[in-house]
Design a protein around this ligand. Structure first.
Ligand SMILES: NC(=O)c1ccc[n+]([C@@H]2O[C@H](COP(=O)([O-])OP(=O)(O)OC[C@H]3O[C@@H](n4cnc5c(N)ncnc54)[C@H](O)[C@@H]3O)[C@@H](O)[C@H]2O)c1
Ligand SMILES: O=C(O)CC[C@H](O)C(=O)O
Length: 333
């Protein structure tokens, strides 16, 4: 039986992340090689000319799964009957800015899009927020879409997870697939806590916990964490533009695992609504290790936190609480 087509929206569709993302979506990398889809491309009116070019290119890719494209500047049309949403459209930060400096500029976009999702999307829609500050934008989006379950909103920390996994693979001299269960806790910001204490490396046919390697202990606690925390800024400094290819790949990884499920005991990090697990503040979008089955995520429980980790989780949780307060104030203006 052929699968029913789905509708997927990408906002910021004329921007640089979308330029990498759309091809991967349209060729079946995320929803599966047999899943036909319609792509809704939302951007702002001034970008409609550029978007026309993107539509031409998608057509010229000649991809069998892509049944149609809906380019628009109207959120009502963009979010109509949507099954999955990639909310990318927002201003990226420039050199010297913190991601939270974007808050005032970007958070109102997510209020409007939350309202449009609430009115026009399917109630089962899975929403991935990429635009920064991603965690707080996701929270605001969910707040303004009260008819959609809060569990259906997530923020992207998969790029941080991929960065952490790549750092470990390079350090331990193994392929990327031979590293699993590194965790990103908290905010997609420089307070995030990349945690390798439970990460497992497969090498020469055996498995070992990276944390058991005494030779790497200082590196893990220091350079590893700061490299991952500051990687976005390092890319901006080098490229003079924020990460795009790797961000698009991470968005695909995030949504694919949410849509199709995780495998075995291999967990992934997603920014999701906090239920207070691991003593984190409730009702913020906090990145946790999760497992996914039947399109539902559950937070991995029972991981032991040492004093260092407790302090790191507190710090990033506090930043998210502060962002939340500021965002709520901006939305009331
Ligand atoms: N979570 C992450 O890991 C991660 C990684 C990389 C980038 N980002 C963030 O993703 C966002 C997009 O980055 P980019 O490099 O693609 O930026 P970009 O400037 O190339 O593209 C952004 C696009 O969004 C559009 N846009 C602006 N307001 C909009 C609105 N209200 N509705 C629809 N579209 C709108 C713009 O017109 C533009 O085409 C930034 O906020 C960036 O910081 C997040
Ligand atoms: O703002 C940034 O840090 C750059 C975009 C993105 O958040 C990233 O992690 O690469």
């Amino acid at each position: 039986m052929p699968l029913e087509p789905i509708r997927v929206v990408v906002t910021g569709a004329a921007g640089q992340i979308a330029y990498s993302l759309l091809y991967q979506l349209a060729k079946g990398d995320v929803f599966g090689p047999d899943q036909p889809l319609y792509l809704h491309l939302l951007d702002i009116p001034v970008m409609m000319g550029v978007l026309e070019g993107v539509v031409m290119e998608l057509m010229d890719c000649a991809l069998p799964l892509l049944l149609g494209v809906v380019p628009t500047a109207d959120p009502a049309e963009g979010f109509k009957d949507i099954d999955a949403a990639f909310l990318v459209g927002a201003m990226p930060r420039k050199e010297g800015m913190e991601r939270k400096d974007l808050l005032a500029a970007n958070v109102k976009i997510f209020k409007v899009q939350g309202q449009a999702l609430d009115q026009h999307a399917k109630k089962t829609v899975k929403v991935l927020v990429v635009g920064n500050p991603a965690n707080t934008n996701a929270l605001i989006c969910s707040k303004y879409a009260p008819s959609i379950p809060r569990e259906n909103f997530s923020a992207m920390t998969r790029l941080d997870q991929n960065r952490a996994q790549a750092q470990l693979a390079a350090r331990f001299g193994v392929g990327i697939d031979n590293v699993r269960n590194v965790i990103i806790w908290g905010n997609h910001s420089s307070t995030q806590y990349p945690d390798a204490r439970f990460a497992v490396v497969t090498k020469d046919g055996g498995e070992s916990r990276v944390a058991d390697s005494a030779a790497d202990a200082a590196w893990l606690q220091d350079q590893f964490i700061s490299t991952v925390q500051k990687r976005g800024a390092a890319v901006i400094a080098a490229r003079k533009m924020s990460s795009a290819m790797s961000a698009a790949k991470a968005a695909c990884d995030h949504m694919r695992d949410w849509w199709l499920g995780t495998t075995g005991d291999k967990y992934v990090s997603m920014g999701v609504i906090s239920d207070g697990s691991y003593n984190t503040p409730k009702d913020i979008i906090f990145s946790f290790p999760v497992l996914v089955k039947d399109k539902q995520w559950t937070i991995v429980q029972g991981l032991e936190l040492d004093a260092f980790s407790v302090q790191k989780l507190q710090q990033t949780g506090q930043e998210l609480n502060e962002e939340k307060e500021e965002a709520l104030a901006v939305c009331q203006d």
